[in-house]
Write a protein that binds this ligand. Structure first.
Ligand code: NAP
Length: 281
């Protein structure tokens, strides 16, 4: 049977329509539009593009965005001061620090300076800890988008064996915690995992998040697997080899158009939720 394509573009568009309505309702109730602050340090062109895309996505749903661009020579102390100001500013509902920052900055310290209530990108250690404990927090956006996509297609998670290939702080680890929170049995693989194909073959759900183009092969997969490819590499290819994985899968995400569009949508969603919570205070 042909696999079902998990359409991140379509799912994203329908969530954004809902967000537009929620933003309009806040404004109709006399509240300000939600505002996302983005911080870009340095002049990495890819990071600049991502920040621009996030600002445009805010505009598209009627939200505001405040773009802060800092020079490549910014110190950790400078950056912490900027984050403190945004934390204290009541008109800012969410803060996004674009990753990666220049090497002289203590990135972990900077992420962890963001107040939990404004950590809409889900990057703080505290937020990760809370998510891991099944507590309320904004999860990291890409794993949150993957869970939302699985839910939109009513894919059962409880009791399934999920294999996550990758253990980065923004993707693999929080992904594993969210799947565990949904009662999956989770295996986390990484660059030292031995006999990866055999481990992947035991999975009902595979999340490819290793940053290696076309890495996961179709003959590693159990027939009827749910294959989520979080990878995004030059040439528009994912971390799984789509053509060989397609015939083995019951559900599969395309690259592009699968996980990618969900990530920014989750960032918008978390910022709107943050503004709605503020409005209730
Ligand atoms: P990362 O920080 O480079 O982490 C890669 C992970 O993969 C590491 O844990 C690494 O293991 C593991 N790995 C590397 N080689 C491996 C191998 N041969 N076998 C098994 N595991 C291996 O990457 P990331 O930021 O998590 O991103 C992963 C992918 O997702 C990339 O393709 C990236 O472009 C994509 N991404 C997409 C979005 C989106 O919005 N769609 C967002 C973020 C990332 P070690 O820990 O042992 O080094």
């Amino acid at each position: 049977m042909e696999p079902v394509i998990l359409d991140g573009r379509k799912t994203s568009a329908s969530i954004r329509t809902d967000l537009k309505n929620r933003v309009a309702k806040l404004i109709a109730d006399g509240r300000p539009a939600p505002v996302l602050a983005t911080i870009l340090v340095g002049d990495d062109p890819a990071s600049a593009t991502y920040v621009r895309m996030k600002g445009k996505a805010c505009d598209d749903v009627g939200m505001g965005s405040e773009r802060i661009a800092l020079p490549a020579s910014t110190t950790t102390a400078d950056l912490l001061r900027v984050i403190d100001d945004l934390n204290a500013n009541p008109s800012i509902n969410g803060i996004l620090l674009q990753h990666p920052v220049p090497g002289q900055i203590d990135e972990r310290m900077a992420f962890d300076r963001i107040l939990p209530g404004k950590d809409v990108d889900g990057v703080t250690s505290a937020g990760f800890g809370q998510i891991s404990m099944g507590m309320e927090a904004y999860p990291s956006c890409t794993p949150a988008g993957i869970i939302r996509l699985l839910d939109e297609y009513h894919i059962p998670l409880s009791g399934k064996h999920a294999v996550v290939v990758g253990r980065s702080p923004i993707l693999g680890k929080p992904m594993a915690m969210l799947l565990l929170g949904r009662d999956c049995t989770v295996t986390i693989c990484h660059s030292r995992t031995q006999n990866l194909p055999a481990v992947v073959r035991t999975a009902d759900i595979v999340v490819a998040a290793c940053g290696k183009p076309n890495f996961i092969q179709g003959d590693w997969l159990k027939e009827g697997v749910v294959l989520i490819d979080a990878g995004y590499n030059p040439g528009n290819v994912g971390d799984a080899h789509y053509d060989s994985c397609y015939p083995r899968s019951a559900y599969i995400t395309p690259v592009p158009g699968g996980v990618g569009p969900m990530t920014i949508t989750m960032l918008l969603l978390h910022t709107v939720v943050s503004a709605e919570r503020r409005a209730q205070k």
